[in-house]
Design a protein around this ligand. Structure first.
Ligand code: GLN
Length: 560
């Protein structure tokens, strides 16, 4: 099989939506029955984004095989049926690491090791590896054309066109065409300059995707085409949209997938985009809501850090035909606040994954509020760990309950496992990727999933300490999901609560608009029910926080 390659680059400025454009084109090509894959090449020197601060880079997306990757891989998986692996996300750091390791092993036989050809060869090799057995590979190059860092990648794809034949390669460039309010004009100069930069290094784009706030009129497209050396019908409007799931529709209407297939000599027929139209229809005219869901975390100033979580909530909303509004709540602010007013009016509270002890007490306050006021609560990863700590402290009388991540003393209900402590010294003690989990029959979790065996993705270091299992169970916690091999806790819930479900894994990574994750569907449904009951009853009175635990000395005895 001859693989066709589509390279997507970006110009003018970052954040124009290259990832979404690549994912949308991939969806349209998949709709044509093509066997596709996607790849992201990031020009930074980190080996992977696992060590990067989410404030800088946004979310770290975890693949089935446990790779910590760029968040664009999340878009790729959500928009298509592909299941990506470690090799689908590469960085300059990885490429250099491999080349330097080869050099140390003497594999270059005394030659001078250089960016061209050694680094570029390694990049090309990786593109080929990922694309094996695929009909189309869409490869996105991170960064913006003109950056020093991305040059080796651009050089590699320039060479690639010659290596595999130009009939098998298509270059797509995403640029910006801003509308200047002062002169009332659409401006094409930034696009012209960006394409000039690309052509300087030998890449002539086949298609331009122009990000604008309006449909480009024919004269503007003709002007861009003239200055950028391509046909006007290959200048495509990438219009701003309200919902990201409209992007495939915008491109389909302009025949982008058809034109790309023609350019690559692929004879295919589209099955249409009814499926996407339906999703957008539900988003624009939902039957229920709006309801408000609170996301309590410390990265709320960069909501990209919670991309998969917020998307999975949208999928849950689509499945429930309901409009949800997200309220991002800064856990540090909550920690310092002397009242809980910023949580008022929420129909559901979610604590997503997080690291470190900053803002942790704020999250615990939110969890306690949700538990005591019977507001649906969904805890993910640290959201499970903190729910356990909260319950241990305020219900089971373990006032010093904590996690080894936050403190050096106390009752470590969340702890490092014995084998991890050894690994800790050499690094690499994270539990990453897919692990199986058995659900307790008749638990909330098993009802929501509709089955008792699941597999979910992980990204964490600490675990629930089974030493405290009995005391917490006696206090009213149900450990509804367990890893069958290690006996580690995967899910915990509070039965005497309308919906208090938490998980050690990250279900958000597996949710898609056409395959919403059951936990998000269940959570949004519970929030919707809660808001319906609330509006029937009128405003609920806040239940004051309990001071004393009903359950103390006797329970503690069980620990001795
Ligand atoms: N910091 C916690 C741990 O490492 C939770 C991680 C997470 O929420 N992803 O176990």
């Amino acid at each position: 099989m001859k693989t066709k390659y589509i390279f997507v680059t970006g110009g003018v400025l970052s954040s124009l939506g290259k990832g979404l454009s690549s994912a949308s084109l991939a969806a349209l090509l998949e709709n044509r029955g093509l066997k596709i894959t996607l790849m992201k090449m990031d020009p930074y020197l980190n080996v992977d984004p696992g060590t990067m601060n989410p404030f800088q880079h946004g979310e770290v997306f975890v693949t089935e095989d446990g790779a910590e990757t760029d968040l664009d891989l999340g878009h790729y998986e959500r928009f298509t049926n592909v299941n990506l692996k470690r090799e689908n996300s590469i960085t300059a750091g990885q490429v250099y690491e491999t080349v330097i390791a080869k050099e140390r092993r003497g594999e270059f036989l005394g030659g001078t090791v250089q960016v061209i050809p050694h680094i570029t060869d390694e990049i090309k090799e990786r593109i080929k590896r990922v694309s094996k057995d695929k009909e189309v590979a869409i490869i996105e190059i991170g960064g913006t054309v003109g950056d020093i860092e991305s040059l080796p990648f651009l050089e590699a794809i320039r060479q690639f066109r010659f290596d595999v034949g130009e009939e098998n390669v298509c270059f797509i460039h995403l640029t910006l065409v801003p509308f200047m309010g002062t002169s009332g004009e659409l401006k094409t100069k930034p696009t012209q300059h960006s394409v000039q930069k690309l052509r300087e290094i030998g890449i002539q784009p086949d298609f331009l995707l122009c990000r604008t706030d309006r449909i480009l009129p024919p004269d503007i497209r003709a002007k861009i085409a003239l200055f950028c050396n391509l046909q006007a019908d290959r200048v495509v409007t990438a219009k701003d949209v309200k919902h990201i799931y409209e992007v495939p529709l915008v491109y389909y209407e302009q025949g982008l997938d058809e034109k790309v297939c023609k350019r690559l000599g692929l004879k295919t027929k589209s099955r249409g985009v009814e499926n996407w139209a339906k999703i957008v229809q539900t988003l624009t005219s939902p039957k229920h809501g709006p309801i408000e869901i609170g996301i309590v975390g410390k990265y709320v100033d960069l909501t990209e850090s919670y991309k998969s979580v917020s998307e999975a909530l949208v999928h849950g909303a689509i499945a429930n035909h309901c409009q949800i509004n997200l309220r991002y709540i800064d856990s540090e602010k909550l920690e310092k606040a002397d009242n809980l007013d910023i949580l008022k009016g929420l129909s559901g509270i979610l604590v997503p994954g997080g690291f470190g002890n900053r803002g942790v007490e704020g999250k615990i306050k939110a969890i306690r509020y949700a538990r005591e006021n019977k507001i649906p609560y969904f805890g993910i990863c640290i959201g499970l760990q903190l729910a356990i700590i909260e319950y241990a402290r305020h219900v089971c009388g373990l006032s010093k309950a904590t996690s080894r991540e936050f403190s050096t003393t106390g009752e470590f209900v969340i702890d490092l496992m014995e084998d991890q402590r050894r690994l800790e010294k050499v690094g690499g003690s994270m539990r990453l990727g897919s692990y199986p989990c058995n659900l307790m029959p008749n638990s909330q979790a098993s009802k929501v999933y509709g089955k008792n065996k699941i597999v979910e993705r992980h990204r964490h270091r600490y675990e629930f300490n089974n030493h405290y299992k009995k005391i917490l169970e006696e206090g009213g916690i149900t450990f509804s999901g367990m890893n069958p091999d290690s006996g580690l806790v995967e899910m915990m819930e509070i039965t005497k609560h309308p919906w208090f479900v938490t998980c050690q894994f990250h279900p958000e990574f597996k949710s898609k608009p056409f395959l919403p994750h059951p936990l998000f569907v269940g959570f949004v449904r519970a929030a919707l029910q809660m808001s319906a009951t609330k509006s029937k009853e009128g405003k609920t009175k806040s239940i004051p926080m309990k001071k004393k635990s009903p359950f103390r000395a006797e329970a503690r005895k069980g620990l001795a």
